[in-house]
Design a protein around this ligand. Structure first.
Ligand code: PHB
Length: 387
């Protein structure tokens, strides 16, 4: 600790007489993720995505070496904010990345605005986050981006009466509204909308109500990491046998957990931006790298949020010629476009949110493994709630 303080003090002194040469050559990225606690799968996946990007594309951008400093916030917002503060003032990071859940992302808004340090959101999806500071950019999605195409698909496929079930916090509420508005707009009927708590959810009582209501479909959002428990209870309650179609955002059939969900998940229809089964050379290289480096782990959409966050940082650094000034970096992120393992994407210059294709997928057995198999595409989808 003492030696670190001394180091910080001496590098601060050096700042007055000109930056030390090593500092000028490297860019520090502070990566804050839930590596422990109930959302540790998100942390593990995002880290794997970032590592895969750097393994495939190298560790330099704009002539600078990129160095990642990883810290675990355990999924607790007070920790996220404290760690972000330390990374900015102690470690001198040029950029922040990560944020596994909405409250964690929101907790750093005043800090990044004041310090003028960009923060690239790899995971959290509540629409409003990116409006809370001009220094946010996002490579996951705004939740309703995936919900609106699912509503369109349902109406095009004769699903006329639906019950919705979402987790009761930011992304769930946005996704519910995105789905319900789009579905009703096209003439669909919402029988009931139920919300379940984020912590320790028990879906069984709600699923019984859905069974009694006899809708054509149940539309669901639960955050990544909770899909398996939801699917287990869905199977146990016999909703599939009762002919109630499960439609959802891709958070439910998360690639990380899908293999363990069993036959109940077969036939589930979801809308999302990434499937490990996406057929492109970029995705094949990506999946192979994540498999190789992580004991055959299958990448999910969280990992791709991490991969593309680093991609966006590299593109911005190339554009500024390695200048790490926060205002210049965030400016350089606006309007960038590239081919991700998910497909083509760009960053909206006004909202700093991704514009991307949303795929409709069906869970199928592919050579003995369960995958979200893409079969339709809604192109260049923006956040429907963006002003
Ligand atoms: C969020 O908290 O914003 C969040 C977490 C997990 C998801 C989606 C959204 O799968």
């Amino acid at each position: 600790m003492i030696s670190r303080r001394l180091f910080v003090a001496s590098s601060m002194a050096a700042a007055f007489v000109g930056k030390p040469a090593f500092a000028a050559e490297s860019v520090k990225v502070g990566l804050i993720l839930p590596m422990t606690g109930p959302f540790a799968s998100t942390g593990r996946q995002v880290q794997a995505g970032i590592n895969a990007f750097m393994a495939l594309k190298g560790n330099t951008a704009g002539g600078k070496t990129v160095e990642v400093v990883l810290r675990d916030d355990g999924g607790v917002a007070d920790q996220t904010r404290r760690i972000a503060q330390e990374l900015i003032t102690g470690d001198g990071v040029n950029l922040l990345m990560g944020f596994g859940l909405t409250p964690l992302a929101l907790s750093v808004a005043p800090l990044i605005s004041q310090a003028k340090i960009p923060a690239i959101i790899t995971s959290a999806t509540t629409s409003i986050i990116t409006t809370k500071s001009p220094f946010y950019a996002r490579t996951s999605m705004a939740g309703p981006q995936s919900a609106v195409p699912v509503a369109a698909w349902a109406m095009e496929n004769g699903i006329k009466k639906t019950v919705t079930l979402v987790t009761d916090y930011g992304p769930g509420i946005d996704i519910e509204k995105g789905f319900v508005d789009a579905y009703k707009d096209k003439g669909g009927e919402i029988i009931e909308s139920v919300r379940v708590p984020l912590q320790n959810p028990d879906f069984a009582p709600f699923l019984q109500r859905v069974l009694d209501a006899k809708p054509d479909a149940l539309f669901v959002f639960v955050p990544a990491g909770q899909g398996a428990i939801f699917m287990k209870q869905f199977a146990e309650r016999g909703l599939k046998e009762a002919g109630i179609k499960l439609i959802a955002t891709g958070d439910v059939t998360d690639d990380d957990l899908l293999q363990g969900m069993g036959p109940a998940a077969l036939g589930v229809i979801t809308g999302h931006f990434y499937s490990a089964n996406h057929d492109s050379p970029e995705n094949k290289a990506y999946v192979a790298e994540v498999n190789k480096a992580n004991n055959n782990m299958r990448p999910n959409f969280m990992s791709v949020g991490g991969y593309d966050a680093m991609q966006l940082a590299y593109l911005a650094l190339e554009k500024t010629g390695g200048d790490t000034d926060g205002t210049k970096l965030i400016e350089a992120m606006k309007g960038q476009s590239w081919t991700s393992p998910r497909g083509p994407m760009s960053i909206d210059a006004n909202t700093r949110d991704p514009i991307q294709d949303i795929y409709i997928r069906e869970v199928k057995d592919v050579g003995g493994e369960m995958y979200n198999v893409e079969f339709a595409k809604y192109e260049k989808i923006r956040d429907p709630f963006a002003k």
